[in-house]
Design a binder for this molecule. Structure first.
Ligand code: PEP
Ligand code: MG
Length: 756
């Protein structure tokens, strides 16, 4: 039965009355959604108020309504993305439409009897970052709902979310139920290592207790006191030496200082106080504002800004703990922390409490948590969507950051394998350490040059730990991303000089700024692009806005101070671009004294078009370095950041072999047979099997992450390249059309007892 239309009189006591009524309703116990819908319709002067809840299979089901046909409850279902309600859930955004029926997304459901209603306000019901449903309000008259009404509906949606998640509602979706089956997740390795241990979880705040207040000023006072306590504790924590010392102190201290600034920033706390004054209890208000920020963050492409907002989320968690007066409970030894997002201070805190590894749903390798995890030597995995919802605290998990995977509730045999892997890894690391001082020479006597990929000062000690032949790729943008700014010429020169000093005469290949796409600095000019990886990034920006590039080139020349200098340009797509970049470097070189003893100028080869310009490129470049990360992405048209595509296209496949053959043959023949140096510096070079194949194809110089260097050296010292080449040639001959030759190559290596 449809409700009587309510007269459109102004509300007597404003939005607080709705919250007060809801408070009364909830005080009587778990409120049915139908009562909530009735109250919303009455207090918001709406003819219709409905609650849709998420159902398995990406569906939304009408769970309660005041105003639509009650027979449609439990019957009407929309797909996420279908209709206004579905669009609201899909985008996680408020839809405020005076003329909903003429919106292109409108989906008419005759059983609901909704044709008389023109305007619609749909608000996502969200909890811990997940959409649990939609609250929809409708009116006959076309109208745009006011900002105050939107805010009111959002507050109600938050209460509905608690009802749904708490199981208090008759139609609550199952959430956070992990089940007992093992689950495997893949992600991005942020810091290496393997751990087996019990899960502890953080993030996705769980509210308990009251959500509304009738004494907002007392709540604001409670908030202020809690915020002051939180700031005091942060000052103590950041001052007590828990931040790792040594080379990494620069980057991690900068990260933490930025965090402290956010903690002291009154803006977001003011917003919390504002929400409290609207009738929410302090805890609920903190959660509400953290949720708003999370939503804003989802839409921000700039990783630096996203990290700042992550800091606010981190702080919100601390503030909730302060409000609850909670003392931190002990965690089981060797625990694996699973978090949705993690700010740097929180990670430090958890590290202090003894976690052995960390999994972060939303983290990128250039993010602050990743930087700190590496500095703390904590195995870490990022970009693992949905793991919080699937995990249960206390159950075991295997975190294999080397293999970029997480297994929840591993079976007994998986646990055994994992324990063996941990032991093997420890033994391997020990055995490999012995290889550090030995030259990298294959069994047949081929001398290999194994270099490091480095980006932060804190990684420089890896040169000694691995005994690398130098730095084959110094990613100059990484330290700038960690600090959030591009230092001036003197600051950059000091940093580059520090890198050259650490290399102590070994070659360092400095790659000029490779910013853009996923590597953006705050405030950077960043056009809206559908495909930023193929957009205005890297050298393209450097050539169009040469001031920053010239400053960097000058800093490199100053840092060299007469020593040999190697500079490499990223994302070169044409010889003309290389020429233009080289000309900028040479122009700077004419002005800096003392001139470098030798200036080597090279290019990354990561854009396939360059392969077809090798003839002239090799006349002009002193060396080339194959960037297989981007080259694979562009060769196979496969986003390198997409976990879904990670296993689909293989470097160990015929098209890649053909391409590398072309490059190596051209480089050998270049300059009248004198040849031009070729190296490969993608992540693949750090994986032993890949490194063996690359050596088999003829590469003698590889640059890789430090974590792979000794394992690669260990394998290469056991390989007889001529025998392997024969096998590889035969496999290639017989495998036309194969997507990958990994399995047979792996089989060959295993048969020979090689540690792949
Ligand atoms: C590459 O693309 O292979 C590479 C080494 O550069 P980056 O990973 O920094 O893009
Ligand atoms: Mg690249």
């Amino acid at each position: 039965m449809a409700a009587e239309p309510v007269s459109a009189e102004p509300r007597p006591t404003g939005p607080r009355r709705l919250l007060a009524r809801l408070r009364d309703l909830m005080a009587r116990g778990a409120a049915p959604l139908s009562d909530v819908a009735r109250l919303v319709a009455r207090e918001m002067v709406a003819e219709v108020a409905s609650v849709y809840v998420s159902r398995p299979g990406d569906l939304l089901e009408l769970a309660a309504t005041e105003g639509l046909n009650p027979d449609a409850v439990g019957q009407t279902r929309l797909r996420v993305g279908e209709g206004i309600v579905g669009l609201c859930a899909a985008a996680g955004e408020v839809m405020n439409l005076p003329d909903a029926q003429n919106h292109p997304g409108f989906a008419y459901r005759p059983e609901t009897g909704e044709e008389p209603y023109a305007s619609m306000l749909a608000v996502p019901v969200r909890r811990a970052g997940r959409i649990l449903g939609v609250l929809a309000v409708q009116n006959r008259a076309p109208r745009h709902y006011s900002a105050q009404e939107v805010e009111e509906a959002e507050t109600v949606a938050m209460l509905v979310a608690e009802l749904l998640a708490g199981g208090g509602a008759e139609a609550g979706p199952r959430e956070g139920v992990g089940g007992a089956m093992p689950r495997v997740f893949s992600g991005l390795s942020l810091a290496p290592g393997i751990v087996l241990g019990p899960v502890v979880m953080t993030g996705g705040f769980r509210l308990t207790g009251r959500m509304l207040t009738d004494d907002p000023e007392a709540e604001v006072a409670r908030l202020d006191a809690a915020a002051a306590r939180m700031r005091r504790r942060l000052d103590e924590m950041l001052g007590d030496g828990r931040v790792p010392d040594g080379e990494e102190a620069g980057a991690s201290r900068d990260v933490l200082e930025a965090y402290r600034l956010v903690a002291g920033d009154a803006g977001w706390l003011r917003r919390v106080a504002e929400v409290i004054r609207g009738g929410l209890a302090a805890e609920a208000a903190v959660q509400r504002v953290a949720g708003e920020l999370h939503e804003r963050m989802r839409r921000i492409a700039d990783p630096y800004l996203r990290e700042r907002l992550a800091d606010v989320e981190d702080l919100a968690g601390r503030l909730l703990a302060e409000l609850a007066g909670a003392t931190t409970p002990a965690i089981p030894p060797g625990a694996i922390l699973i978090a949705r997002r993690l700010g740097p201070a929180e990670l430090l805190d958890w590290h202090g409490r003894g976690i052995a590894g960390v999994v972060i749903e939303e983290a990128s390798p250039a993010g602050h948590a990743a930087i700190l995890a590496r500095a703390l030597g904590l195995p870490a995995l990022g970009g693992v969507r949905g793991v919080l919802a699937a995990a249960n605290a206390g159950e075991d998990a295997v975190l294999d950051a080397d293999g970029a995977s997480l297994i929840l509730r591993p079976e007994e045999d998986v646990r055994r394998v994992c324990l063996r892997a941990i032991e093997t890894r420890a033994a391997l690391l020990e055995g490999q350490a012995a290889l550090r001082g030995r030259p990298a020479v294959t069994a047949d006597g081929t001398k290999m040059r194994l270099m490091l990929n480095v980006g932060l000062a804190l990684e420089l000690d890896q040169l000694e730990r691995t005994g690398a032949d130098g730095i084959g790729l110094f990613r100059t943008e990484i330290a700038m991303l960690a600090r959030g700014t591009i230092p001036d010429t003197a600051g950059q020169a000091a940093f580059y000089a520090q890198v050259m000093d650490a290399a102590d005469g070994r070659e360092v290949v400095f790659r000029t700024l490779d910013l853009g796409s996923d590597k953006l600095l705050a405030g950077a000019e960043a056009p809206e692009e559908a495909n930023p990886a193929m957009g205005w990034r890297s050298l393209r920006v450097g050539l169009d806005r040469p001031a920053v590039l010239r400053r960097q080139l000058r800093a490199l020349l100053l840092a060299a101070a007469g020593r040999p200098l190697s500079v490499m340009f990223p994302m070169v797509a044409t010889v003309a671009e290389f020429r233009a970049a080289r000309a900028l470097l040479e122009a700077e070189a004419r002005r800096v004294r003392p001139a470098p003893e030798r200036l080597s100028v090279g290019t990354m080869l990561e854009v396939p078009a360059l392969v077809f310009q090798l003839g002239s490129l090799l006349e002009e470049a002193d060396f080339i370095s194959v960037g297989s990360n981007d080259l694979m992405q562009f060769l196979f048209a496969a986003d390198r950041g997409s976990p879904a595509l990670a296993a689909r296209y293989d470097l160990l496949s015929p098209p890649v072999f053909e391409l590398l053959d072309l490059v190596l043959a051209a480089a050998r023949a270049a300059r009248g047979g004198v040849g031009v140096r070729v190296s490969l510096c993608g992540e693949a070079a750090g994986r032993p099997l890949e490194a063996m194949v690359l050596a088999g194809l003829g590469l003698t110089s590889l640059s890789m992450p430090a974590s792979g260097l000794l394992a690669v050296k260990s394998l290469l010292t056991g390989v007889d390249l001529p025998s392997f080449r024969e096998v590889l040639g035969a496999l290639r001959g017989s495998a036309a059309g194969a997507a990958s030759l990994r399995e047979p190559i792996l089989g060959w290596a295993r048969e020979r007892g090689l540690a792949v």
